[in-house]
Design a binder for this molecule. Structure first.
Ligand code: ADP
Ligand code: MG
Length: 356
């Protein structure tokens, strides 16, 4: 388990001081994936670097399994960092090393015997489903495979926390899903506390148990995914709902935007609402997810019923909230950001400090 307590990072001094992280309080239990989302410049990568202590927090604590790592002297930090495995964007593999040699890197720095390292690397590659690619070089691997190598490498020293900064960004949706399902598998098998940082809202729904939104260095909202998604007042919950492209409701009918507002929405709500109103309800679009056993989602329903109050009540009876949909209505916010740039050489050098 990892807790951040009043974590603060200030760059610069005096009049030039910029507070990039402002007193963050976050907790991720073992066996839990927390997604940290936020637009470009929000402070996500700074947060990642403060968590694995590539950057020293200005104040506050990074507590892993009860021990505050932020105050440790440099020589103890090296050992403490082993508890946190970090996955970067795919480009951070060493190009002249095979998959197996990349995974072995942290073990080499640790001074593990070649025989031990070999056995451990084989086990790690098997865990990420890449035994058959052990001797391939990064350029011979797909983006998803490279990312799996990065994950295996992050796990080499048996961390209890896995930190991922934009690890799936730039991957196609199918590859993203396979990486995400690997992370969930690892969360369960290894009881990892996972901090999954991303600017891609779509991914959060598939990966996370809980989510926090970072905005200009502050956590402005956080909670369990299921709570966020069933809370109509949650901006983050709304932003996480997949985008709908509803069909035209047809002549005479109006489109209602419907959100799951409770944890107990019956599966056959459409029929029930239709029966209550005594008229057919047309399903124009819907997206429903099962999050930890609870259905959440949103839908667009076409109805002729003129009485808005009656319609709202009919939906409310089944734990749904319905609002008349304006003709042009964005149902979902995205974190506006261009894809992050490839890591620079300086970043890569810095990353190497994790194992050195
Ligand atoms: N070493 C640094 N010195 C000064 N400012 C920095 C440094 N690193 C990042 N920042 C600033 O901190 C803010 C957050 O950056 P970053 O953590 O990279 O955000 P994100 O990953 O969410 O896009 C940005 O305004 C950035 O310019
Ligand atoms: Mg970043």
């Amino acid at each position: 388990m990892i807790s951040l307590k009043q974590l603060t990072k200030v760059y610069g001094r005096g009049p030039d001081a910029v507070t990039v992280l402002d007193r963050l309080d976050v907790e991720v239990a073992s066996g839990e994936i927390l997604a940290v989302v936020g637009p470009s410049g929000a402070g996500k990568s700074t947060l990642a670097q403060c968590i694995n202590l590539l950057e020293r927090p200005t104040s506050g604590q990074v507590v892993v399994n009860g021990e505050d790592l932020s105050g440790l002297p440099e020589h103890r930090l090296r050992v403490a960092r082993r508890r946190i495995g970090t996955v970067f964007q795919s480009a951070s593999l060493l190009s002249r090393r095979t998959a197996a040699e990349n995974v072995a890197l942290p073990l080499e720095y640790l001074g593990v015997t070649p025989a031990e390292a070999k056995a451990r690397v084989a086990e790690l590659l098997e865990r990420v489903g890449l035994s058959h690619r052990a001797h391939h070089y990064p350029f011979e691997l797909s983006g998803g495979q490279r990312q799996r190598v990065g994950i295996a490498r992050a796990l080499a020293l048996r961390p209890s926390v896995l930190l991922s900064d934009e690890a799936t960004s730039g991957l196609d949706p199918e590859t993203t899903r396979s990486v995400v399902s690997l992370l969930r598998q690892l969360r369960d098998d290894l009881d990892l506390a996972v901090v999954f940082i991303t600017h891609e809202m779509d991914t959060v729904l598939h990966v996370a148990d809980s989510a926090a939104r970072l905005d200009r260095g502050r956590i402005v909202e956080q909670g369990r995914l299921v709570d966020l998604l069933t809370d109509h007042d949650s901006a983050l919950g709304r932003a996480l709902q997949p985008r709908l492209s509803p069909a035209d409701p047809g002549a005479g009918a109006r489109a209602w935007h419907v959100t799951y507002d409770s944890r107990a929405v019956p599966a056959d709500w459409l029929q029930r609402v239709s029966a209550d109103l005594g008229e057919p309800a047309a399903l124009l679009a819907a997206t429903i997810q099962n999050i930890g056993g609870t259905s959440t989602g949103n839908a667009t329903v076409g109805l002729v019923a003129p009485d808005a109050v009656r319609v709202e009540a009919a939906f409310a009876r089944h734990g749904l909230r319905a609002v008349l949909r304006p003709t042009h209505h964005a149902t979902r916010g995205t974190a506006p950001e261009t894809p992050p740039a490839e890591p620079t050489l300086t970043t890569t050098r810095k990353e190497a400090a994790l194992w050195a």
